[in-house]
Ligand binder design. Structure first.
Ligand SMILES: Nc1ncnc2c1ncn2[C@@H]1O[C@H](COP(=O)(O)OP(=O)(O)OP(=O)(O)O)[C@@H](O)[C@H]1O
Length: 247
């Protein structure tokens, strides 16, 4: 029997991967209180690629950090499948992160004294079902650069090593916080192509924060944040290949 998921258009993925209910994060610094998230209800579906847009300070990074188990909300709940992440103790949350989440940040955080392959291997050595480091690097177009050190790679290539490192453990969720923020547009396109390829070939649920509205065209859904809330959600009927984009 053909599963329901296979009969649905790519733009309407249906099985929830991770979801939040009433997510609120309040930072208190002395007398000052900042409501970084203010009651966010969001579901990311399996295999979809979501782009998060919104003004600086609207809560995007705070949300991503909570989804990835790097931070905890002040109020509200996060569910990963049937498991309530917000009820996990520290060691369960660490295990969730280690086994299920890949992170890519604006800065690559590679270890300078290790080659591309060795940087990726640091993660695959502790993952339950990793792909080979060379395979992950091949997937981001760096099959010929396995033994290069970070200093011998361009910024875009270093970011692709960081993506290979994030996906080599075959995470269920890939969280990218401004992955092209430090790159020129040509390198940015190549990095985003790598993320799009991983999303399509591995079916990794992907959330990507950017300030560049052009990039939103690669998403299945675009979620726009304002003042710690979801201001607007848009389904992209005609999502574009990154290779067709320029900015
Ligand atoms: N550790 C912290 N302590 C205090 N306030 C914080 C902290 N982290 C974030 N904030 C505040 O929470 C709000 C949301 O920040 P967040 O980084 O999530 O926004 P953002 O949309 O990702 O912004 P940007 O696009 O500039 O990265 C901001 O007002 C920020 O100053």
């Amino acid at each position: 029997m053909v599963s329901q998921a296979n009969t649905l258009p790519e733009t309407e993925p249906q099985t929830p991967s991770i979801r939040t209910r009433g997510l609120t994060k309040i930072y208190r610094t002395g007398e000052v209180e900042v409501r970084a998230l203010n009651g966010v209800d969001l579901t990311l579906y399996q295999s979809e690629l979501v782009v998060l847009l919104g003004a600086s300070g609207s809560g995007k990074s705070t949300l991503l950090n909570i989804l990835g188990g790097l931070d905890r909300p002040t109020h509200g709940k996060v569910f990963f499948g049937d498991a309530e992440l917000t009820a996990f103790n520290e060691s369960a949350l660490t295990r969730f992160r280690r086994d299920n989440v890949g992170f890519v940040f604006q800065f690559y955080n590679l270890i300078p004294s290790l080659t591309a392959r060795e940087n990726v291997a640091l993660v695959t050595e502790i993952a339950p079902a990793p792909m080979a480091p060379a395979e992950a690097l091949e997937m981001v177009g760096l099959g010929e650069r396995l033994d290069h050190f970070p200093a011998q790679l361009s910024g875009g290539e270093q970011q692709r090593v960081a993506i290979a490192r994030a996906i080599a453990k075959q995470p269920r969720i890939l969280l990218c916080d401004e992955p092209t923020g430090a790159l020129d547009s040509a390198s940015g396109v190549i990095v985003l192509e790598a993320i799009q390829r991983v999303n399509q070939e591995l079916g990794t649920t992907t959330a990507l924060i950017t300030h560049n509205a052009v990039i939103a065209d690669m998403a299945d859904r675009v979620i726009i944040f304002a003042d710690g809330k979801i201001h607007e959600t848009r389904v992209n009927k005609d999502k574009r290949r990154v290779s067709e984009m320029t900015w």
